[in-house]
Write a new protein. Structure first.
Length: 133
């Protein structure tokens, strides 16, 4: 992603909260890449709400800089999905390590539901050989 002017703060670097915007965009791309776009999941009866987010800031990106977001599903619980992100600049320096946990819910009742099997299968196939899921 290229850092937009609106992503920066008065100090001239990416505002800390915008790293989560980058993670959200990257997770959407990940879900599309594994064949489970968010809209299709909702149509099939499962939505996901973010319930926890954390980020360790190790550097900073500036306006017009390209950042690369490595994204993976690092853990699948009974109803939760934890995503891990490594945000790097174009030189490969790590700017941030982040994680976001989502809980699967029924889109109509908003009650917690199990992680759907098609999502588990898609993540397992995509993450094969990358460690525990």
């Amino acid at each position: 992603m290229r850092v937009r002017f609106r992503d920066t703060d008065m100090q001239g670097h990416v505002y800390f909260g915008n790293y989560f915007v980058f993670c959200d965009e990257a997770l959407g791309a990940y879900m599309r890449a594994i064949g489970m776009p968010w809209q299709d999941m909702v149509k099939s009866g499962t939505d996901m709400f973010y319930v926890n987010a954390s980020c360790d800031y190790l550097g900073s990106a500036k306006f017009e800089e390209d950042v690369h977001i490595e994204t993976r599903i690092s853990k699948l619980g009974s109803s939760s999905v934890t995503s891990a992100f490594v945000i790097r600049n174009s030189q490969g320096d790590t700017l941030a390590n982040a994680s976001v946990t989502s809980v699967c819910v029924d889109p109509k009742t908003r009650e917690k539901v199990s992680v759907p099997h098609p999502l588990r299968e898609a993540v397992a196939a995509f993450e094969e050989g990358r460690g525990d899921v």
